[in-house]
Design a protein around this ligand. Structure first.
Ligand code: GRF
Length: 225
């Protein structure tokens, strides 16, 4: 990447779009080394499309009806000149050929400390399992579901009285921190993928991959715009 050029992101998102918003907000800072170039959604009325348009970013609904959905998505991403694909609440399993097309350049955020609780309703599964520490993970996507190499994780305590909703809200606060941070680390050229291990170079080193909120310093509720 030429010096001064910002990493171009394509975001795939189906729903509320709060993680997309965190990436859009990060990109508003001139010093942030990445910007959202394109948002694609498989849901015509997704809040993600509205958020992108309000931010002046190209946003398109990709009709999931006709065959070849992922071929069309891949073409749009390439045409937009995106360097990195960020899935943010994209509710479809990516086919292997799509994953291979963007190998090493496609990320996902998941609301658990993977490999615990992959798949849907991760926060509900964490509450039901009675774990003391939940969290969220940014990982590279491989051909499995939520199985790719882990880039960043944040540990989030489960408090007495938590239900799925309250835990989800708390985790989301950290999702909004680690996704922009993960993109920053990649944009700064500090991330090296070696098999299943992700190495983070430079300030903070491997320690940069783990965020642990101080005890007592965690808001039980917070703004989850
Ligand atoms: C987040 O919890 C994310 O971890 C999961 O889906 C949810 C998307 O939320 N993959 P939002 O659409 O970004 O608000």
């Amino acid at each position: 990447m030429s010096p001064g050029r910002r990493l171009r992101l394509a975001v795939l998102a189906s729903g509320r779009g709060s993680n997309l918003q965190a990436l859009l907000d990060a990109g508003k800072e001139r010093s942030y080394p990445a910007e959202v170039a394109l948002v694609l959604s498989d849901k015509v009325d997704a809040a993600t499309l509205r958020r992108a348009r309000e931010a002046g970013v190209a946003a398109e609904w990709i009709d999931p009806g006709p065959p070849g959905l992922f071929g069309r998505i891949g073409e749009r991403i390439e045409k937009a000149g995106a360097d990195l694909v960020c899935c943010a609440g994209f509710m479809r399993i990516l086919p292997p050929e799509f994953v291979r097309r963007f190998a090493g350049r496609i990320l996902n955020i998941h609301p658990s400390l993977l490999p615990s609780f992959p798949g849907l309703h991760a926060q509900r599964k964490a509450v039901r399992a009675g774990v003391r520490i939940a969290g969220c993970t940014v990982h590279f996507i491989d051909e499995g579901v939520d199985t790719g190499p882990v880039l960043l994780q944040a540990a989030v305590p489960v408090l007495a009285g938590d239900d799925e909703e309250s835990l989800s809200e708390r985790i989301l606060l950290y999702e909004h921190q680690i996704y922009p941070l993960a993109v920053r680390l990649i944009a700064e050229g500090r991330v090296r993928l070696e098999g299943r291990r992700v190495h983070i170079e430079g300030a903070g080193g491997e320690g940069a991959g783990f965020i642990s909120p101080p005890l007592g310093g965690v808001p039980a509720h917070g703004k989850t715009s």
